[in-house]
Design a protein around this ligand. Structure first.
Ligand code: ADP
Ligand code: ADP
Ligand code: MG
Length: 664
């Protein structure tokens, strides 16, 4: 085994590799960019080396720097993680030339599998089934058109050098082929620097099922069963599970044999994944075709670890240091069911637009990290960290394991409910919607699942107004009690010696303005009316959250405030609500009525004033569009507009100052 390795990556995978290395007594060297100077992966390693500016091309892709860092630190081997340099044969060669072990396959295997078209020709020879299609070198558009016609529509045009779901075009009919080809080639040239394409039959309602393989330097091969990665958005995986629902032992064996044949054909060493597209036939049987081989550890490897009880990074390190495979095929078996959910900084309701921000609140379910367990949370971030635009939007992976798929699903839903992230838009609620939707729950899996279930996946409001408003008011009252002194005249509990004291609130929730009334009764109880709901309100702060009782229901809620927005988390899901306390504002007790900052992330619609304008208190200055409704920004004081800091149409983050107002 090595004494020291360098991890040429960042984020969760760098932390994950470091954890296994540490367990094996192997020292680790991290590399980091400017943006990652204080990143979790740096702290997870024994030493670290700065390798450049934040953009990947200036740091994580600069292999001369990385190799120098490995040599200077005395590392014997380099683990590339996934992405970045992991499938770069030149990097693998440069490592070897520098006397470093590349923890991955030989460069020749990376090269053989690097191009989709060439790897398909190779697989064809090895007897691995292929999707009917054209994988030839001749790229004459007229020839490509004829090949597509012969395959029959719909077809899929794929960039041969493509990856990460990019460079693919489905073509429904003959007339659209030429245009789709041109557009695919353009994208391929821009993204991968090469415009060669292949054409495949477009499989209808297919499943993506891949086989984890492992080889050692003695020519031994095993497969560690399959993963179903059919739940995808933009041809990218969202949820992955193992074993694949509906898989039969015979089909598993056949796919395993095909995957091992693929690995053997390129003299593969280390961890690799053979991806298959699986056609579901009318009689319920499944037919599989080779799609591509990923010559690295995959993002979704933890589900395989969960069902086999094996640490794949440990296997990688053992094989790379010259040991033989830890187990033989007949020593491997499947226990239970595992599912992984990718937690990404993105807005599913806005076409999965990647998001940036700061993890103001980052609360995880009680679980272990980087260890095989029923609940595993692998991440590369901590509370307070910023998610920059430089890197992949995936911030964490939640992996659950259970005796059955149903148990794993229930654990996943509960764990997602306990994952609270404020300050960064994520897909956590969207993942919960998938987990709970009929198709997923009953394992009707295919790559069209998200599109088919769109009506129940997007723009959902899992938490009702009554609960959100009651939780927000409870938090307000708890905050007031916390700051209250023993002086009876400064008490804010609303108690009056005569009559009932009432307090009005105005909420902005799910695009609507709603009034609410809180009544303090003689007996000390609280009555709260909002929307269609009315009832007694009672609550207590507990270490598990607010124990909230309202209108006959009782549940635990968490309320996190960020600016004016309250983020409410409870078992059903998370939502946001804004409250304006009219009682406090009416007396003008607070001088900061009104705001010059964005109450939440959104878009500037217009400014009602110009630089230099004199404005009166309360005058409308700007209009913003956020949370599906318009918000006006009014002047808190009489003053002069000194500067407009944004332009109409600009996207702004929560708390962004929109304009400067100075006293006259
Ligand atoms: P996989 O099956 O492993 O997800 P993909 O072809 O989807 O295979 O590529 C890996 C994914 O990981 C891509 O979405 C890519 O953008 C992402 N990725 C690559 N490098 C990193 C990294 N260093 N950190 C986080 N994500 C990464
Ligand atoms: P990438 O390198 O981007 O991962 P793949 O060839 O692995 O590209 O394909 C990615 C995804 O595209 C698959 O998981 C599947 O959803 C879809 N796909 C690929 N080939 C086909 C096909 N022939 N028919 C239907 N869908 C396909
Ligand atoms: Mg793929």
């Amino acid at each position: 085994m090595f004494d020291k390795i360098l991890i040429a990556n960042r984020g969760e995978i760098a932390c994950r590799v470091a954890a296994t290395a540490r367990r094996l007594g192997v020292q680790t060297v991290a590399v980091y960019s400017d943006a990652d100077a204080n990143a979790k992966h740096v702290a997870a390693c024994d030493e670290s080396v700065h390798i450049g500016a934040s953009a990947p091309k200036d740091s994580y892709l600069r292999w001369e720097k990385i190799i120098k860092a490995a040599q200077a630190s005395g590392a014997q081997a380099v683990h590339p993680g996934y992405g970045f340099l992991s499938e770069n044969q030149d990097f693998a060669r440069a490592c070897a030339a520098a006397g470093l072990v590349f923890i991955g396959p030989p460069p020749s295997a990376i090269a053989a599998m690097g191009l989709k078209s060439e790897s398909k020709q190779l697989m064809d020879k090895a007897g691995v089934p292929l999707v009917p299609g054209y994988h030839g070198a001749d790229q004459d558009p007229a020839l490509l058109q004829r090949e597509a016609d012969a395959i029959g529509y719909p077809v899929l045009i794929k960039a041969s050098a493509g990856g990460g779901g990019k460079g693919m075009r489905a073509v429904e009919q003959r007339e659209d082929f030429a245009e789709a080809l041109a557009s695919c080639q353009r994208e391929a040239r821009n993204s991968f620097g090469a415009d060669a394409v292949l054409i495949e039959k477009y499989v209808q309602r297919p499943r993506h099922i891949e086989i984890q393989v492992f080889g050692d330097t003695f020519g031994n091969y095993v497969y560690l069963f399959e993963r179903d990665c059919s739940v995808q958005r933009r041809h990218q995986k969202v949820l992955e599970e193992a074993p694949a629902p509906g898989m039969t032992p015979e089909l598993r064996w056949q796919m395993g044999q095909a995957a091992v044949a693929a690995a053997r054909a390129v003299s593969y060493v280390g961890a690799g994944t053979v991806e298959f597209i699986v056609e579901q036939l009318a009689d319920g049987s499944m037919k599989f075709f080779f799609m591509e081989m990923n010559t690295r550890l995959q993002v979704e490897h933890p589900v395989t670890e969960a069902i086999t009880g094996q640490d794949l990074v440990e296997w990688q390190l053992r094989v790379a240091s010259g040991e033989s495979l830890p187990l033989k095929q007949d020593q491997l078996s499947i226990t239970g069911h595992a599912i992984e959910a990718r937690i990404c900084a993105e807005n599913p309701d806005n076409n999965f637009l990647p998001a940036t921000g700061t993890l103001d609140i980052y609360r995880k379910p009680a679980c272990s990290s980087f260890a095989i367990s029923p609940l595993r949370f692998d991440d590369g971030v901590r509370q307070g960290d910023s998610i920059s635009p430089f890197y992949d939007s995936m911030v964490a992976k939640l992996i659950v394991h259970g005796d059955s798929r149903a148990q794993a699903l229930a654990r996943l839903d509960a764990a997602l409910a306990q994952t609270h992230i404020v300050g960064l838009t994520t897909n956590v609620q969207f993942l919960r919607q998938i987990v709970r939707c009929g198709s997923f729950a009953t394992a009707k899996l295919d790559t069209g699942l998200i599109a088919r279930e769109a009506a129940v996946l997007f723009h959902q409001q899992p938490v009702g107004l009554a609960l959100a408003a009651a939780a927000d008011v409870a938090q307000t009252l708890l905050d007031e009690r916390a700051t209250q002194t023993a002086d009876p005249f400064s008490q804010t509990d609303g108690w009056r010696s005569h009559g009932v004291c009432e307090r009005r609130f105005e909420f902005e929730f799910d695009g609507e303005q709603v009034h609410a009334l809180l009544s303090y009764r003689h007996d000390g109880s609280l009555h709260f009316q909002v929307g269609q709901s009315a009832g007694l309100l009672d609550f207590a702060a507990t270490p598990q959250g607010i124990d909230l009782r309202y209108a006959g229901r009782r549940q635990l809620v968490h309320v996190y405030r960020k600016g004016e927005v309250a983020h409410i988390h409870c078992a059903q899901g998370a939502t946001q609500i804004i409250a304006i306390d009219l009682l406090l504002h009416a007396g003008e007790a607070h001088a900061d009525v009104g705001r010059l900052t964005a109450p939440m992330p959104g878009k500037v619609v217009s400014f009602a004033v110009q630089c230099g304008d004199t404005v009166k208190k309360g005058q409308i200055l700007a209009v913003m569009d956020a949370m599906k409704m318009e918000h006006t920004i009014a002047a808190p004081i009489d003053g002069v507009v000194a500067e407009l800091l944004y332009a109409p149409g600009d996207q702004v983050v929560e708390g962004a100052e929109l304009l400067k107002l100075v006293l006259q």
